[in-house]
Design a protein. Structure first.
Ligand SMILES: C[S@@+](CC[C@H](N)C(=O)[O-])C[C@H]1O[C@@H](n2cnc3c(N)ncnc32)[C@H](O)[C@@H]1O
Length: 267
């Protein structure tokens, strides 16, 4: 999970202060996961958005605009504090779901027109094929069974429906950055681009896959991407250096736009 300025993550993992790569781990109980995420959402996204979330938001909105279709039925899976919902509401009706019940009740008070549903996504019932768009930012890495998670998302979408997905970019978090261990209670299984493509392949055709928001806090990469250098590069060259690093695959986040394969369609 991710994110905050300078490549330091806000996730429970990262604030625990131990450094490691993603690895196999025992699955914590759901209540332990819920406690960890309640705390994380309250301490991070309910307080502020960082550059990583802002870039994800801009990409989601950009992709939704290209559809040029009002009245979409949208679900935000793993919505956390619900900060993306007001943007999604510009395009239709919004359902948003997350484990974090008390975070969602505060979000519901702020956003009465969003339908918030608290619970374990894998055990919640939604209308199959009831949505035109599923958005899910940074949840994949935190579920025990990633294939089952993608299959469930696919069931919610009408044939041809859109998936807008963001997930942490494993090589960038592991090689270019030093990121502390997951906090007790949270699951962390980062993927790379190839693994994401493989997870999506049974249900989705990918329209676009990009990496966004380059971050590096490890030597030597931090020499060309850090909180001091980046503003100078931006002042001199605009967004060119950032876009170049994204094209080189240095983005903290992998984002993809995909559509659910129609019945009878081939992988
Ligand atoms: C890294 S946070 C991202 C939250 C939000 N999308 C954002 O970008 O700020 C991951 C979210 O996934 C949620 N989550 C993890 N496992 C879940 C599950 N089994 N069911 C529902 N939500 C879950 C967590 O509660 C947490 O809010």
């Amino acid at each position: 999970m991710s994110n905050q300025e300078g490549g330091a993550s806000g996730d429970p993992a990262e604030r625990a202060g131990r450094d490691t790569s993603s690895s196999a781990q025992d699955t914590p109980s759901l209540s332990a996961q819920r406690d960890a995420w309640e705390k994380w959402n309250a301490e991070t996204r309910e307080q502020r958005l960082g550059e990583i979330s802002e870039d994800q938001r801009d990409r989601v909105v950009g992709w939704l605009k290209t559809l040029n279709r009002p009245g979409l039925r949208i679900i935000d899976v793993g919505c956390g504090a619900g900060w993306l919902c007001p943007e999604l509401q510009r395009f239709g009706t919004v359902t948003a779901t997350d484990l974090s019940a008390s975070v969602l009740s505060r979000a519901q008070a702020r956003m009465p027109d969003v339908s918030f549903v608290a619970g374990d996504f894998m055990n919640l019932q939604f209308d199959n094929e009831g949505f035109d768009v599923v958005v899910s930012l940074e949840m994949l890495a935190h579920v025990a069974d990633q294939s089952a998670f993608i299959a469930k998302i696919a069931r919610l979408l009408r044939p041809g429906g859109l998936l807008i997905f963001a997930t942490q970019n494993r090589p960038v978090l592991e090689k270019l950055n030093s990121v502390p261990l997951p906090a007790p209670g949270s699951i962390r299984k980062w993927v790379d681009e190839a693994e994401l493509r493989q997870l999506l392949r049974p249900h989705f055709d990918i329209d676009e896959l990009v990496t966004i928001t380059p971050k590096a806090n490890r030597f030597p990469w931090r020499l060309v991407s850090n909180n001091k250098v980046d503003p100078v590069l931006r002042a001199l060259f605009g967004n060119g250096p950032k876009r170049l690093k994204e094209r080189l695959g240095w983005g903290w986040t992998i984002m993809t736009l995909a559509h659910k394969r129609e019945a009878g369609g081939h992988e």
